[in-house]
Design a protein around this ligand. Structure first.
Ligand code: C2O
Ligand code: CU
Ligand code: CU
Length: 487
């Protein structure tokens, strides 16, 4: 960033910008640190948990209850979480392309919720619109029945036809103005879509396939989650914690054999961005992006991952001597938050997996029928799109079903932009070719300060009301959302 644009950037952010500015890391900082008030646990001592796989109540139907639970995250203290199934992360839904699935969500929390399947090609009524609320059980009974029955539901059937390629999806709360604190308390989990195209590949599977939900949190002295007063303007940039959790465990450790592993990386943090690297060294072979497999694998030394993004990678642990500790680190952070998790290579083992040179048939790139610009920027005390704080029911665009459009995304800060329904390819950053890590079909793209990112989005699936928004959840709650209607 030039001195002039850096000054403009500081001016734009005002106090919040100065508060997050930490020497050279400034340009990469996307939130403000909230410190824990208990002694931080020693890294690499807690075993990596793998979320339970949800079991259907009958083929094609799941039922899950959102509830309050006490869990041990930091050894020795308990934390109250709000979880799908009372766990954090929630259960992993193993789904098949084209097999219509219903997930009935019952709410037994003290607050309303709305569940969004992120990356899903979802019908509008099941897309988790922020005011399409599921209210706490018992709420309706305390109110006028005639009105309560029609306006509020305590259980909702989310209907997912899953007409989409195999991909790492995730689900999380999307309640209007309250998404950030509710996800922070635990309302998020994985949903993996598989298909026959992917089944035919010799990728690592079973115990050698690990979904890794990475997020940061801060804890109070009693083990409770800390979260600031949302009206405290100091946290307008976003909330970052000083404890890094993977699948809900602080800096966990996993024993692996000296073989290939498939790691489905998800950044489920509210605001924190990561640049992941393996220490003492090593490479990630990227096989998939947000919306499914790449046409061909791409090797990376580092993976930048913004809130909402997924990277599907293979790491070959046979490259390390038995006994090695291989640490996943975040080079954007210093101090304890630099560590993410550790793998210990315990022994040699047979490995019949491979990463084929062709992973998926490349989708032809459609031709765009129009170009639209969406400007993500702070305006006064709100985070806005095209100058407007979120106005539910007023669409900023009306793309036609079955067409593709170029959406030009511009920004004053770090804004990981997410589009519901439509998957897109990154065409350019600042008029130049996108990064090697921008490949494939995506649903979230990290738009960095003063960047212009062009994406080609295709509108397939359903007509109806959808949204685009910043996936820094504090920005989202502070109105950085907009509707678009597929017509
Ligand atoms: Cu993952 Cu509209 O969000
Ligand atoms: Cu989404
Ligand atoms: Cu943002």
């Amino acid at each position: 960033m030039s001195a002039a644009s850096r000054r403009a950037f500081l001016g734009m952010l005002g106090g919040a910008g100065l508060a997050v500015a930490g020497c050279g890391a400034f340009a990469e900082t996307s939130g403000r640190l909230l410190a824990s008030r208990l002694p931080l646990p020693r890294p690499f001592t807690v075993p990596l948990p793998v979320p339970e796989v949800a079991r259907p109540v009958r083929p094609g139907r799941y039922e899950v209850t959102q509830r309050v639970a006490k869990v041990e995250i930091i050894p020795g203290v308990t934390t109250e979480v709000w979880g799908y199934g009372g766990t954090f992360p929630g259960p992993t839904f193993e789904l098949r392309r084209g097999s219509r699935t219903t997930i009935a969500v019952r709410n037994e929390l003290p607050v309303p919720t709305s569940t969004h399947l992120h990356g899903g090609v979802n019908p509008p009524a099941s897309d988790g619109y922020p005011t399409d609320l599921v209210v706490p059980g018992g709420y309706a009974a305390h109110h006028d029945h005639q009105h309560a029955e029609t306006r509020h539901q305590t259980v909702k059937d989310y209907d997912y036809p899953l007409e989409q390629r195999a991909a790492t999806l995730w689900y999380h709360d999307h309640r209007m103005d309250h998404t950030a604190p509710q996800v922070w308390r635990g309302l998020a989990g994985f949903a993996l879509v598989r298909d026959t195209e992917e089944d035919a590949l010799p990728l690592p599977g079973g115990e050698r396939e690990l979904p890794l939900m990475i997020c940061d949190r801060a804890f109070g002295e009693d083990g409770s989650f800390r979260y600031p007063d949302p009206h405290d303007g100091d946290y307008m940039a976003g909330v970052e914690g000083d404890v890094i959790l993977v699948n809900g465990a602080p800096w966990p450790v996993a024993e692996v054999t000296a073989t290939r592993y498939r790691l489905r990386l998800l950044n489920a943090s509210n605001a924190r961005r990561y640049r992941l690297r393996l220490a003492p060294g090593g490479r990630f072979t990227q096989i998939g992006s947000d919306a499914g497999l790449l046409a061909a694998p791409v090797a990376h030394d580092t993976i930048p991952i913004a809130p909402g993004e997924r990277y599907d990678v293979v790491v070959d642990f046979s490259a390390y001597p038995v006994g090695s500790a291989v640490t996943l680190i975040n080079t954007l952070a210093g101090g304890p938050a630099r560590n993410v998790m550790r793998f210990i290579v315990t022994r040699r083992a047979a490995d019949d997996s491979a990463v084929p040179r062709t992973l998926a048939r490349p989708d032809a790139r459609p031709t765009a029928v129009t170009t639209r610009t969406f400007d993500f920027r702070r305006t006064g005390n709100a985070w806005t799109i095209n100058g407007h704080p979120y106005r539910p029911g007023i669409p900023l665009a009306r793309p036609r079903l079955g067409t593709a459009e170029i959406w030009r995304l511009t920004s004053d800060f770090h804004h990981p932009v997410h589009v519901h329904l439509a998957h897109f390819q990154v065409l350019a950053r600042n008029g130049r070719p996108p990064a090697a890590t921008d490949g494939g079909w995506k649903d979230t793209v990290d738009v960095r300060p003063y960047e212009v990112v062009d994406v080609l989005a295709r509108f397939d699936g359903y007509r109806g009301r959808y949204m685009l928004h910043c996936h820094n959840l504090e920005h989202e709650d502070m109105a950085m959302m907009a509707d678009f209607d597929v017509v």
